[in-house]
Write a protein that binds this ligand. Structure first.
Ligand code: ADP
Ligand code: MG
Length: 694
């Protein structure tokens, strides 16, 4: 029987090596047919075309070396590792494996030849590689070098790169006989883009002699074409999602200006122009019958809380309930305290759903929420738990969070199902979102920026201080506390473990308590019970604590204007955005504030540069831009850990011009050529909604 030829539409199982199980695994990643492999792209290339002598390795760069094993032993330290000492004619190389099997331990006998590919780093004065790829050669085996670069596909698929490359090759063969929707030749020429077909082939299959820098060169017409395709698909998806969301029905509010004035009259200050403008934008939104979907960005201390309360007030004035969701208990309690202060005098009943609420009290609160007595409900994500039933939920404020995905939005909608309407949504963040990110990830949101700090804020003076000058610093703290001011001391970030982090904070706490016996010092970390944490914050707020030693749990939102000094230990280990957030805890009162960035010596050149960015700038946007350069979008969006980078080949920093182009082109394409718009979505997004869920 003749075999049916494979086409781009064929199911995955026609491909060699794909059975039911692998097919299902790939489906989960939105790969359903042979053609989908065309748009699953390598994100880098390995150069296995040559063997590099150890002496020619370049720090931080990957290379292939051919070595002879001298010794292999297990080293016991903080973490067990297998250390393989090797050499070639030009030098020595240490290979270190932290995860290894018994079989591997016996594999690396002296004089074994091993072909190694990995990133060169330095370890104890000689070259080293951690977990490189290795091939042990038989005694007479010849090394076969490839003549082209090897594409590397994302490992998140759970399928090896070599296989994906092969399947992509089959898809490319099919492509020869089929057509893809593409731009006109004129357009392609004008913008120096290759036709999509050629471009895909060029990206998947490097030619002999090509280097990675040639392919990933932002001027490469092949790369440009594929990147544009992806960015366009993303834009179009966003625009469609936005127009879909606007079809939903929401409560149309009438603005009660008298009530708003009563709120503001209680304040010892007037709103900034920026606060007023943003409140105006929100009021304009909620007076429409489609749900508000607005992101408010405002640097730390810009006064987002009042903006939120203004929206909350209007929901209540219209007989609706509002929720305020904070990322932590500490923050939610602060909001609750503020609400009690500002709203109870307006006869508005706010409740706080906290982890420390007793079961009895909780039942009471749930009843109040269900019958509408509770007008404002404040808490963490527990607000969306199943047992919380709302009477007439009309507005949700999500504080200090810039990602509120489709899933959470659905939850929110469910909570208001009984009303037949979709609640208005206000998301607030102090994480400045650079323009490129805003255009690509938040295109379905309306954004407002509070681009002004309240007046009379004294700038925070930031200093870099080597760790060996702690004693001086401690003296300084003593003097500062004498004047009635308070201090935060933030402990080193230990990403690997909550427990280690708590321990480190404990150590610092002990040390400071010994050095400053006359001071009230408290310790705050993530492993404490939530009521314990809340008590400590309350004590700090009441100035019963002079010095608060803390982990990064105080990163967002905590507002204690009397605290004027923040010490950040091992500042070189933090991200820039995080340092900025932390620093924002001071400089909230009328006294001049300081931030001391303690660092361990020696400080590398880049680390020093990064800390200088923080020292020299207090502009969250500028810092975020630097941060984006240093860390990339994945980390800023928090998608890196999950490996769920939502862009496959485009790089927002490198491709910002193409992003601009996609941004401008998307709407036009949807109107003028909806067939191509549809195909773009199908190529990159499939019918996978969550691909756009950011
Ligand atoms: P964030 O934007 O970081 O959430 P907050 O809303 O917590 O900032 O406000 C920070 C501090 O500034 C609070 O103490 C608040 O009362 C105060 N504040 C807010 N708006 C103004 C204003 N217009 N003038 C003076 N102080 C203000
Ligand atoms: Mg805040």
């Amino acid at each position: 029987m003749p075999k049916t030829p494979i086409t781009l539409n064929s199911p995955l199982t026609v491909l060699p090596g794909i059975g039911q199980a692998v097919s299902e695994k790939l489906n989960k990643r939105h790969i359903y047919s042979v053609g989908d492999f065309l748009f699953l792209l390598p994100y880098k290339y390995q150069d296995r075309t040559a063997i590099t002598p150890i002496a020619d390795l370049i720090y931080g760069e990957s290379a292939q070396v051919l070595v002879t094993v001298q010794s292999a032993r297990v080293q016991y330290g903080r973490q067990r590792s297998l250390v393989i000492e090797c050499r070639d004619n030009s030098g020595l190389l240490t290979i270190r494996l932290f995860h290894f099997s018994k079989a591997q331990m016996n594999l690396f006998k002296p004089d074994t030849r091993v072909l190694v590919y990995g990133q060169a780093v330095e370890g104890q004065g000689r070259w080293a590689m951690m977990h490189p790829e290795m091939k042990v050669l038989k005694s007479t085996e010849k090394v076969i070098l490839s003549d082209k670069l090897t594409p590397v596909y994302p490992s998140t698929l759970g399928v090896g790169s070599v296989k994906i490359s092969k399947w992509a090759g089959i898809a490319l063969d099919c492509l020869e006989k089929e057509t893809l929707q593409d731009f006109t030749d004129d357009f392609l020429q004008q913008h120096r883009l290759s036709p999509l077909k050629n471009a895909l082939k060029a990206i998947h299959q490097p030619q002999v002699g090509q280097r990675e820098s040639d392919i990933l060169n932002p001027e490469n017409p092949h790369l440009k074409r594929v990147v544009l395709d992806e960015l366009l698909a993303k834009q179009i998806g966003m625009l469609r999602k936005k127009s879909q969301a606007q079809l939903a029905d929401a409560f149309t509010l009438r603005i009660d200006n008298a009530l708003q004035s009563r709120l503001l009259k209680q304040l010892p200050f007037t709103l900034t122009d920026a606060q007023q403008r943003v409140i105006g934008e929100i009021f304009d939104d909620v007076t429409l019958s489609k749900p508000m979907h607005r992101l408010v960005q405002g640097d730390v201390g810009s006064g987002k809380t009042l903006v939120a309360f203004s929206a909350v007030l209007q929901a209540i004035a219209n007989g609706l309930q509002a929720v305020i969701m904070a990322p932590t208990e500490i923050l939610s309690e602060q909001h609750y305290r503020q609400a009690e202060k500002l709203l109870s005098s307006l006869n508005i009943h706010a409740v706080w759903l906290s982890g420390k609420t007793t079961a009895k009290k909780r039942r009471e609160l749930l009843a109040e929420i269900a019958d509408g007595t509770a007008q404002v409900v404040i808490g963490t994500h527990a607000l969306f738990q199943e047992e919380v039933v709302y009477h007439r939920l009309g507005l949700a404020v999500i504080d200090e969070q810039h990602r509120f995905g489709v899933h959470q939005r659905l939850l929110l909608k469910e909570k208001a199902e009984n009303t037949g309407k979709t609640p208005h949504l206000l998301v607030m963040t102090a994480t400045p979102i650079p323009r490129t990110l805003a255009m690509s990830y938040y295109a379905d949101l309306d954004t407002s920026v509070i681009d002004e700090l309240p007046p009379n804020r004294k700038p925070i003076e930031t200093v870099l201080l080597a760790d060996n000058r702690r004693t001086e610093l401690i003296e300084r703290i003593k003097a500062l506390v004498m004047t009635g001011q308070q201090v935060y001391w933030v402990c080193p970030l230990i990403e690997e473990s909550d427990m280690l982090q708590a321990q480190a904070a404990e150590d610092v706490y002990q040390q400071l308590a010994d050095a400053l016996p006359a001071l009230n010092i408290a310790l705050l970390h993530g492993r404490q019970k939530s009521d314990e944490k809340a008590q400590i914050i309350a004590d700090f707020q009441a100035n019963n604590i002079h010095l608060l030693v803390s982990t990064t749990v105080i990163e967002v939102g905590v507002d204690v204007p009397n605290a004027t000094l923040m010490v950040i230990e091992n500042a070189e280990r933090f991200g820039l955005a995080q340092l900025h957030q932390l620093r924002g805890r001071v400089g909230r009162g009328s006294e001049k504030s300081f931030c001391v960035l303690l660092f361990q010596q020696p400080l590398s050149q880049t680390a020093r540069q990064r800390l200088q960015v923080i020292r020299n700038s207090q502009d969250g946007f500028e810092i975020a831009k630097e941060d984006l350069k240093i860390r990339g979008a994945g980390e800023i969006l928090g998608t890196k850990q999950t490996g769920e980078m939502s862009l496959r080949i485009a790089d927002l920093e490198r491709d910002s011009e193409l992003l601009e182009m996609a941004f401008n082109l998307a709407q036009q394409l949807m109107t003028d050529n909806s067939a191509m718009a549809d195909e773009l979505i199908a190529r990159w997004v499939g019918n996978a909604e969550e691909y756009l869920d950011v």
